[in-house]
Design a protein around this ligand. Structure first.
Ligand code: CA
Length: 427
């Protein structure tokens, strides 16, 4: 697809270390002080205002070719979430990304040489507030890292770490959609019921074991109807793109409540998403094969080819009172046992409808050495981490800030970033 051409250059200065070169062009929503919410595309350190572009006529021709877009212009770009835009269909999203790519090419004077238009259409990301990009009606959290499931299983059930269903289906639970928040939202330490160490009776109070979970999530870009299933070869057509996802978790509450029905209040108080949705189209050059699945899954989950994505992930901590970020862990999304297609097809296999903007998170991503949460890093709180300033952490303190970052690199060496998701714990 033309927008992925590694030879493209933008007329905006972009450093090789930037997350958003012209080959990326992820979608998000910004809140501008003067005009309210606008859909936007990230380019370098800027956000391109799609509403302003539409008002200037830059999408008029596209609107004629694509009646769904034409009828929705320009209002669809003045919303608080991408949902309305995504409902126009994957062909529209793809065409808009291609058109934005054209507008930003170094040899296209259309926007570049119109100073007034540049002033209106291009905002520095640091001058606007980036919002939660989609309004999910449903949020599901998978458990797709075999290494994470095994290590957590060893802590919770030493004699029986990996349950017998794990290699047969992508395990998941339904999370709470309306506590999914945008990057930067403060995370209030939740209270709940838990069983303190060596106690025989539970107590109710602020969690003593607040943790993060390093995850990615995909955004559903094409709905299904009640009763409709999705063959595995068609699953990716329902995925719009990827975000970073921090599934904040209260381990003491979780441990006490999770049996027999799974996670509930230990998870549903907040989950944070990054601001920019990187399209699967953009990530096309970063596909890889996943791990060998043994035993082979049932036929409806069998897929060939490269259905995984090579995306480096890391978690940084800004400890309360500190000024230096500490790298806590690194891993890669390619290690996930279950692919996006398998997750989506499995979720739709009973005919439950998927809605545009739904979020499907991967579950904590870990690998042989990288561990995506403090529960793993501290062996269930038994081995505190020592930070560079000499302080220790088992779980998060009030005032700690957690920052997750992720990026892929194309075979041509172009960095395609997912940006970051951050959140500070408050008491
Ligand atoms: Ca999770």
């Amino acid at each position: 697809m033309p927008a992925n051409d590694p030879a493209l250059r933008a007329w905006i200065d972009i450093r090789p270390t930037d997350d958003f070169p012209i080959q990326n062009l992820p979608f998000g929503v910004m809140d501008t002080p003067e005009w309210g919410p606008r859909l936007a595309v990230a380019i370098g350190g800027y956000a391109l205002d799609l509403y302003a572009c539409a008002q200037r006529g830059y999408f008029d021709e596209l609107g004629q070719e694509l009646p769904a877009l034409g009828a929705a212009l320009p209002q669809v770009f003045r919303r608080r979430a991408l949902n309305g835009f995504l409902r126009l269909g994957p062909a529209v999203a793809r065409a808009v990304r291609e058109r934005v790519s054209e507008l930003l090419r170094h040899d296209n004077p259309e926007l570049r040489d119109d100073e007034t238009a540049v002033r209106e259409c291009l905002r520095r990301q640091r001058d606007v507030r980036l919002l939660r990009p989609v309004r999910p009606r449903n949020y599901v959290d998978f458990y797709s890292s075999l290494e994470h499931a095994t290590r957590v299983g060893q802590l919770f059930r030493p004699d029986n770490p990996l349950l017998p269903n794990y290699r047969h289906l992508p395990v998941a639970y339904h999370g709470r959609a309306n506590s999914v928040v945008g990057s930067g939202t403060k995370i209030r330490r939740p209270s709940g019921q838990f069983l303190p160490a060596r106690a025989t009776e539970p107590v109710f109070g602020p969690t003593q074991e607040l943790d993060f979970e390093l995850e990615t999530a995909f955004v559903v870009g094409q709905r299904t109807r009640l009763g409709q299933t999705v063959p595995i070869d068609e699953a990716e057509a329902h995925v719009f793109g990827l975000v970073l996802f921090n599934d904040w978790s209260a381990r003491d509450i979780q441990r006490w409540e999770y049996q027999p029905l799974g996670p509930f209040l230990g998870k549903s108080f907040a989950s944070s998403v990054s601001s920019w949705v990187v399209t699967l189209d953009a990530l096309e050059p970063c596909r890889v094969s996943g791990p060998v699945q043994e035993p082979s899954p049932l036929p409806y989950l069998q897929t060939g080819g490269a259905g995984h994505f090579d995306i480096h992930l890391e978690v940084l901590l800004l400890p309360v009172g500190a000024s230096e970020l500490v790298l806590l862990t690194q891993t890669n999304m390619r290690h996930l046992y279950w692919s996006l297609s398998q997750q989506l097809t499995h979720q739709a296999s009973n005919g439950c409808p998927l809605a545009v903007g739904d979020l499907c998170a991967s579950g904590t991503i870990s690998d042989a050495t990288g561990m995506g949460c403090l529960l793993e890093l501290t062996r269930g709180g038994q081995q505190p981490l020592t930070l560079p300033d000499g302080s220790t952490r088992t779980y998060l303190l009030d005032g700690d800030r957690v920052i997750m970052r992720g990026y892929a690199r194309t075979p041509d060496g172009i960095r395609l970033g997912l940006g970051e998701v951050r959140g500070t714990v408050v008491g």
